[in-house]
Design a protein around this ligand. Structure first.
Ligand SMILES: [Fe+2]
Ligand SMILES: [Fe+2]
Length: 292
């Protein structure tokens, strides 16, 4: 039987989630600012010995196939790019949330991370290829975090997949968010938004988390970013990388064309690029690329 949560109970659950590490939190803050400097990222990583060690290990791992070993942290960061540094820091800091089995969605452990990483890569590609005036690094981070609310409400949705699917199939006006709200009292966007606030994430990231399924409701100033992640999310799901029972059970908002200038041909090529980039990044973030 699914347990309904009220606002106070949701808050309690959110408050029980460990905070991001100071490095991950500051990296997100810095890289979200449009006018930040790469040196700020380098200086921050330098102050964290274990993150520095991880970054150097990853850049020299088999996944990147370098001929000569990189031993300086500034070269490693320049080579990998900020988004990968943010990914490493977030993965190290909140890996348990991303890796846990989403039993409420009948989705295996690790699926959320794979879906989020694909969404992040796709959102960045959407931004880069459409030429929209948004930081591609910010789009990546936003993609990485967009579904974090699922790891919070999954436990409460346990055993409800049949009910959720039935709700949606009997009423075509409903999507999976409606089913979550009816079953648990909150959907994963609201749960994620509360966590974003507890983690003091920048406002634009909190907006993405809250509105990634209905970007039109996002604040005007962040709407293009939210649409980029909305598209990235759909690209990840269309590629067969969802999180179980809810995959493809949301509506794609065709209004994206007003914010993101991208045609079907480009979207198809992005899907291909996502596959290639994902293969490269996945092993490095999860540490399975550390063998050499
Ligand atoms: Fe979502
Ligand atoms: Fe998603």
């Amino acid at each position: 039987m699914v347990k309904q949560l009220n606002q106070e109970e949701l808050q309690k659950v959110v408050n029980s989630v460990p905070m991001l590490s100071p490095s991950a939190s500051q990296l997100i803050q810095i890289t979200s600012q449009a006018d930040h400097d790469l040196m700020d990222v380098i200086d921050l990583v330098r102050t964290d010995a274990s993150l520095t060690a991880r970054v150097l290990k990853i850049v020299n791992s088999a996944a990147f196939g370098l001929i000569n070993t990189i031993t300086s942290i500034d070269r490693a960061i320049s080579y990998l790019g900020e988004r990968i540094i943010v990914g490493i820091a977030v993965g190290d800091s909140a890996g348990k949330l991303f890796e846990k089995e989403l039993s409420g969605y009948e989705s295996a452990g690790g699926d959320l991370w794979k879906h989020d990483l694909r969404t992040a890569i796709a959102a960045r590609e959407v931004v880069t290829q459409s030429g929209v005036d948004i930081s591609s690094e910010l789009a990546f981070t936003a993609g990485l975090l967009h579904d974090i609310g699922k790891s919070i409400i999954s436990d409460y949705l346990h055993g409800s997949v049949t009910d959720a699917v039935e709700m949606i199939t009997t009423d075509e006006d409903l999507d999976y968010l409606d089913a979550e709200e009816k079953l648990v009292g909150f959907d994963h966007t609201r749960a994620g938004y509360e966590l974003a606030r507890a983690w003091k994430l920048p406002e634009e990231l909190a907006e993405v988390i809250l509105h990634h399924h209905e970007p039109i409701n996002a604040k005007e100033e962040y709407r293009a970013l939210v649409y980029a992640v909305h598209l990235g999310d759909n690209i990840a799901m269309m590629g067969g990388f969802g999180t179980g029972s809810d995959s493809m059970r949301y509506k794609l908002d065709p209004e994206y064309t007003h914010y993101i200038n991208i045609g079907p041909k480009t979207l198809a090529s992005i899907m291909l690029n996502v596959d290639i980039e994902f293969e490269k990044l996945e092993s490095s973030f999860t540490g399975s690329g550390d063998e050499n």
